[in-house]
Design a protein. Structure first.
Length: 259
């Protein structure tokens, strides 16, 4: 018999909200949940009615990591041949639309890594981030040693990855991991509000802006600047560029049509 679905989705205007919903396991990211998450992300990315995606969990946990009980008995050949923590986990990194993580409670291990794959993190004041894998005799396996280091620098990344300690929302904001902290009760609404704002902008420009910022993690400064320049120039082929600049000159709001 099929298990219950582990994510909930809803639309709030042009924003799709995906809620991880496995409360008994603090949203531990098992195979089924990641499969469902990937499908939802691909579906909303392809839906022209959706401008942005908010990914969230519960008040208690965004996600407490990969499912330890599910993976504990796996062997190296099994995880290797299954590409465990491979493509299935990276679905969010292939989404072209903005993806905002609204993080409350625990974002640990794979939960922290999933949040870091999103474009930006809005944290509730009760959020706790960490990479506790070292306590399990392993290391982060979904980009934690890489994305965390790029986000917060070597000193704090080493501190977190080697000790497994958690950092609270204030520390995560100071360190540059999260974009904003808001009261717990407002975290999803704030993320949706941001998504709605993004929905009024030019979708091709937003997608290229994402691509260009992400390129900063992948390449040298000179190559990144060249990439940015070409992307900037290419946007002069869009109607939205003509509209955006005409609207400025005519002192009226722009109406972007995503082309
Ligand atoms: N996997 C499976 N089950 C988990 C889980 C996880 N990652 N995290 C929590 N749960 C389960 C618990 O086993 C418990 O289930 P039962 O009630 O059936 O015993 C339930 O969720 C509630 O958890 P706790 O009773 O432990 O709640 P707590 O408030 O006392 O502690 C916590 C909360 C500190 C988050 C603690 O649950 C914890 O340390 N969880 C594990 C965190 C972790 O190590 N994450 C990394 C996983 S490895 C990984 O993610 C690899 C990677 O890089 C992708």
């Amino acid at each position: 018999m099929a298990e219950e679905t582990m994510i909930l989705t809803e639309r709030q205007g042009r924003v799709a909200v995906i809620r991880l919903n496995r409360p008994k396991a603090l949203n531990a990211l098992c195979d089924q949940l990641m499969e469902e998450l990937g499908q939802a992300l691909r579906g909303f990315d392809a839906d022209p009615e959706v401008a942005a995606i908010v990914l969230t969990g519960s008040d208690r946990a965004f996600a407490a990591g990969a499912d330890i009980k599910e993976m504990q008995s796996r062997s190296f050949p099994a995880v290797y041949l299954d590409d465990f923590i491979g493509k299935r986990w990276e679905a969010v990194t292939y989404v072209q639309k903005p993806v905002i993580a609204a993080v409350a409670g625990f974002a640990l291990g794979g939960g922290c890594e999933l949040a870091m794959m999103c474009d930006l993190i809005i944290a509730a004041d009760n959020a706790k981030f960490g990479q506790p894998e070292i306590n399990l005799g392993v290391i982060p396996g979904a980009g934690g040693t890489q994305r965390l280091t790029r986000a917060v620098g070597k000193a704090k990344a080493m501190d977190l990855v080697l000790t497994g300690r958690m950092m609270d929302a204030a520390e995560a904001e100071r360190a540059g991991l999260v974009a904003r902290i808001v009261p717990l009760a407002e975290v999803v609404a704030e993320a949706v509000k941001l998504g709605e704002k993004l929905g009024t902008l030019s979708a091709p420009a937003l997608a290229m802006a994402k691509e260009a910022v992400n390129r900063a993690f992948e390449t040298t400064l000179a190559e990144g600047v060249k990439f940015e320049r070409r992307a900037f120039q290419s946007l002069f082929s869009t109607e939205d560029q003509k509209e955006g600049m005409a609207a400025f000159a005519e002192k009226r709001p722009a109406v972007f049509r995503n082309r």
